[in-house]
Design a protein around this ligand. Structure first.
Ligand SMILES: Cc1cc2nc3c(=O)[nH]c(=O)nc-3n(C[C@H](O)[C@H](O)[C@H](O)COP(=O)(O)O)c2cc1C
Length: 274
């Protein structure tokens, strides 16, 4: 697969994976991709915990489910989320950003019409009153996805491996992002799907619990959690099903030349051969 093809084809996989363990050869391939990521001063601050045992998956699944239930009980969190929730494919394509609600949770049939769903999303904060009942279903779904994933990758950052300068954390985070993207792209090439599971990474208290489950040393900060597994063989309508669709802003919307407001490139002069 061409690199650009892998970049464009990579999708967040929010469904179950094939019931097949990731082979050692493929795992080593992902780890090697991670290893060669750039980082400030080549500090390589990352650590990967590869999780395949059901005991650890269950502990992480439970922690994540509890975090989701708490988030659904928080009106501010729901309100903040709703800004990026789209109620229909048409709205999503039109906005060119955000996520489709029905890709995130199984929306009850009675609510699935955009005319019903849009106002529901707009007033999402009211759902906090449902407490456990509001978050129970999405929490259960995510917990199942975690428990059934062939592999989880927990990613932490070694704060002792800090580059010089007051802004060291910022540079370390950029390196972590580059490393994670290397894994995602290497996985795409191998028909391995991935999903960030961030609910238990959001709050300090949950990150501490996750660190405990993983037995991380105190100088490590947990950064990310990924579900990993082989994808179903691609089918004919792969670009329209839940795990194969996404949207992006047009390049003209986020690229400018020389200054922020110049939308068109000056004519690029070809340098003549010496
Ligand atoms: C830092 C980060 C955290 C994310 N957390 C989650 C998450 O908790 N659950 C989820 O389903 N997707 C998560 N995503 C995936 C994004 O929702 C997804 O990348 C975006 O909607 C674009 O879709 P695509 O990856 O399919 O192109 C996360 C992505 C990033 C980079």
């Amino acid at each position: 697969m061409e690199l650009l093809e892998s970049i464009i084809n990579r999708r967040t996989h929010r469904e179950s994976f094939l019931d097949e363990n990731i082979s050692t050869v493929h795992l080593n391939h992902l780890i090697e991709a991670a290893r060669w990521a750039p980082s400030p001063f080549n500090v390589q601050p990352w650590h990967l915990v590869v999780i395949t045992t059901s005991q650890k998956k269950r502990a992480i699944g439970k922690l994540t489910a509890n975090a989701i239930i708490e988030q659904f009980g928080d009106p501010e969190f729901l309100d903040d989320n709703s800004r990026w929730m789209r109620s229909s494919i048409e709205e999503w394509v039109d906005c060119e950003d955000g996520v489709l609600l029905q890709d995130q949770v199984n929306v009850p049939v009675g609510l699935s019409k955009p005319s019903v769903l849009k106002p529901v999303i707009k007033h999402a904060s009211h759902f906090s009153k449902l407490g456990k009942f509001g978050g129970g279903k999405p929490a259960e779904e995510t917990e199942n996805l975690i428990n059934c994933a062939p592999m989880l990758l927990a990613i932490s950052m070694d704060r002792n491996r800090k580059p010089p300068g007051a802004g060291h954390l910022r540079w370390m985070w950029l390196g972590m992002g580059a490393m994670i993207q290397n894994i995602l792209l290497a996985a795409t090439e191998l028909k391995i799907g991935s999903q960030f599971i961030s609910a238990a990474i959001e709050r300090t208290s949950d990150r501490e619990k996750l660190s405990k489950i993983l037995d991380l040393p105190s100088w490590h900060e947990v950064i990310s959690l990924l579900r990993i597994g082989y994808l179903e063989k691609h089918n004919a309508n792969e670009n329209t099903t839940r795990s194969f669709r996404s949207v992006r802003r047009k390049t003209t919307d986020f690229v400018s030349y020389e200054t922020y407001s110049q939308k068109k490139a000056d004519e690029i002069k070809e340098s003549s051969p010496a």
